[in-house]
Every structure is written in structure tokens, then in C-alpha cells.
Design a protein around this ligand. Structure first.
Ligand code: PBG
Length: 332
């Protein structure tokens, strides 16, 4: 006999929320230190620690201190560190040739870290903006960001990073064809083991503002990056880009920024099932820290909650400036 009246309430979801133990048992996703990539900013000199005004708690570090940071990351169990250079002004030129100098700041940092802490994976950024007189990710000719000439420059840059010992190369420039060109060049050079994490779905975003301060590119940047970074209104295009980058030889893909683009993360993971990363970018970090410093949100809780969102959206890992702070919490 079918009951004529459903029991009330029909389902008691609160049963499994009642205690920390029950919540732990039924948790669907897990944030772990294994998921973290820590982006760090490198500056010249020795013993240098320069705060980034728009990113409270983040500092540009000279190479010796970046090595210390890498040791700290290793001790916390963070698997990877990602290097971004603050290049001195005199080395920012129209031809961007500092980008592939074997001794540029970024390559010095890679070598120093791989020497001292070989077990941590070192990721790099491939784009010309830290070396470009005009702050763009590509070479500018008559006001236009030229694609193919930029790709040639990016290939030289990537090879120099591989030479320095980079484990993961991260092209963030959004030129067409750069993944294939870099992959072919690495293979031709016998560097079969260098992984490519493509900044595949990178949007033309205002959330990068504090980062451009951190690498000193904001003052220089003329115009915007909309002719090469994606339109924030698009989603299908991201899937076509992922397909293209995988075909060209990417091992992993990235969605960037993070929190405003969680729908893209989920679509990418569901469609391709490949290692998918999100970048919780500088502006996301700055918003959380600023609100927390004002006492408007519980900073620690929001930090963890914001990172759990990426796991829920299907991401395998997250680049986040919170990496050491959240690692400490997760290791408790
Ligand atoms: C450079 C690059 C940017 C970021 C990572 N690599 C900035 C940009 O494209 O303007 C942004 C990272 C962040 O905001 O945290 N191509």
C-alpha cells in the first residue's frame, strides 16, 4: 500500500551536518596542499623584500629570498612554485630581448631554486609583458600586437626557461599557435619531459590590476589586452581553445581569472577530463584581503571557501597567492 501522506520532513539533510565527523565523512571534495601552486615575484639584488602595495602580505623577493621561500613551500608540502619577474626599467625594450636572456631574473631564480630545492616543481610564465617597453604580452608594430613574430620570441623564451631547469612552462600570452611552436621546439631540443601548462582560457580581465603593479607593467601598458585575451562574455570559445591547445601539445590547461569563471572550469573538466587549473588572480586576492582587513569578512574562512569552490568546479589545482597561508591551515 502506498502511503497517502509523505512523512514530514521528506528528507532530513541536517542529519549529516550535525557533527564535524559526519560532515567530514560525507564531504564531496577535498582541498589539499597537493592542489597548490604558489606564484612569487622576483626582484633584483640581495636580501630584498619589497611589499606590493595593492597585494597586502605579498612581497617581491630577491633571488636569495625566493630560494628561502621555495624551501618554506617544500616544507609545507606545496608541490610547485611559479616565478614572475620584476624587471628593471632599463631592460624593458620594444624587442623584449631580455625575455630570452639566459641570465634574466626569472632564469636566475629557476636555477637557484632547482639547485637548492630540486624536489619542488618550478613553473614559469611565458609572455613578454615584464620585458616590454609598452607593457603588452606581445611585440607591438604600428600599434598592433603581432602574432607570429611574438610566437618566435616566446619560443626562445621558453627554451631559455627549459635550459634553466623549469619543470612546467606556462604560456600566458594568448597568441595563436604558441603551444604547438613551443612544444615542437622543446621536442627538437630533446626536452621531452618539460610540461606545458597553457593559460588556455585567459580573459581580458580587470582582476589583473594588482599583478601589473607587482611586475611593474601597469605604468607602461598602453591600451588594453582585448585583441588577444578572451572576451569575458564568452564560454564556448574557451572549449575550442582547450581543444586547440591539447591538439598542439599542452599537458594541462588553465582558466583565468578563477572565481568569476568557475562555470568555465566546470565545462572544461566535464568536456575534456584533462588536468585543469584555475588561477585565483591578484585582484581576487586583493579583494579578499582588503575586505578582511576592514573586518568586513572573516578572511581565513573566505580564503578556504574561495579555494574549495575551485575543487567543486572540477579543478585539479589552483594558483593562489594564499598558498603558504592555506597550506599552514591544511597541515594543522
Ligand atoms: C602576464 C600575466 C598576467 C597575469 C599572469 N601572467 C597579467 C596580464 O595578463 O595582464 C595575471 C596574474 C594575476 O593577476 O595574479 N601575461
Amino acid at each position: 500500500m502506498r502511503p497517502t501522506v509523505a512523512p514530514y520532513p521528506t528528507a532530513r539533510f541536517r542529519r549529516l551536518r550535525r557533527t564535524p565527523a559526519l560532515r567530514a565523512l560525507t564531504r564531496e571534495t577535498h582541498l589539499s596542499v597537493d592542489d597548490l601552486i604558489w606564484p612569487v615575484f622576483v626582484t633584483g639584488g640581495k636580501g630584498q623584500r619589497v611589499p606590493v602595495a595593492s597585494m597586502p602580505g605579498v612581497e617581491r623577493l630577491s633571488v636569495d629570498l625566493v630560494v628561502k621561500a621555495a624551501k618554506k613551500a617544500r616544507d609545507l608540502g606545496i608541490p610547485a612554485i611559479c616565478i614572475f619577474p620584476y624587471t628593471q626599467k632599463s631592460l624593458r625594450t620594444e624587442d623584449c630581448k631580455e625575455a630570452w636572456s639566459p641570465d634574466n631574473l626569472s632564469n636566475q631564480a629557476i636555477r637557484a631554486i632547482k639547485d637548492a630545492v630540486p624536489e619542488i616543481a618550478v613553473m614559469t610564465d611565458v609572455a613578454l609583458d615584464p620585458y616590454n617597453a609598452n607593457g603588452h604580452d606581445g611585440i607591438v608594430r604600428n600599434g598592433e600586437i603581432v602574432n607570429d613574430e611574438t610566437v618566435d620570441a616566446l619560443v626562445k623564451m621558453a627554451l631559455a626557461q627549459a635550459d634553466a631547469g623549469a619543470d612546467i612552462i606556462g604560456p600566458s600570452d594568448m597568441m595563436d599557435g604558441r603551444i604547438g611552436a613551443i612544444r615542437n621546439a622543446l621536442e627538437a631540443d630533446g626536452r621531452h619531459n618539460v610540461a606545458l601548462l597553457s593559460y588556455t582560457a585567459k580573459y581580458a580581465s580587470a582582476f589583473y590590476g594588482p599583478f601589473r603593479d607587482a611586475v611593474g607593467a601597469s605604468g607602461a601598458l598602453k591600451g588594453d589586452k582585448k585583441t588577444y585575451q578572451m572576451d569575458p562574455a564568452n564560454s564556448d570559445e574557451a572549449l575550442r581553445l582547450v581543444e586547440r591547445d591539447l591538439t598542439e601539445g599542452a599537458d594541462m590547461v588553465m582558466v583565468k581569472p578563477g572565481m568569476p569563471y568557475l562555470d568555465i572550469c566546470r565545462r572544461v573538466k566535464d568536456t575534456f577530463g584533462v588536468p585543469t587549473f584555475a588561477y585565483q588572480v591578484s585582484g581576487e586576492y586583493a579583494m579578499i584581503v582588503a575586505a578582511s582587513q576592514n573586518g568586513w569578512v572573516d578572511g581565513e574562512y573566505v580564503m578556504v571557501e574561495s579555494l574549495q569552490a575551485f575543487k567543486r568546479a572540477g579543478c585539479d589545482g589552483i594558483l593562489t597567492y594564499f598558498a603558504p597561508r592555506v597550506a599552514k591551515l591544511l597541515n594543522l
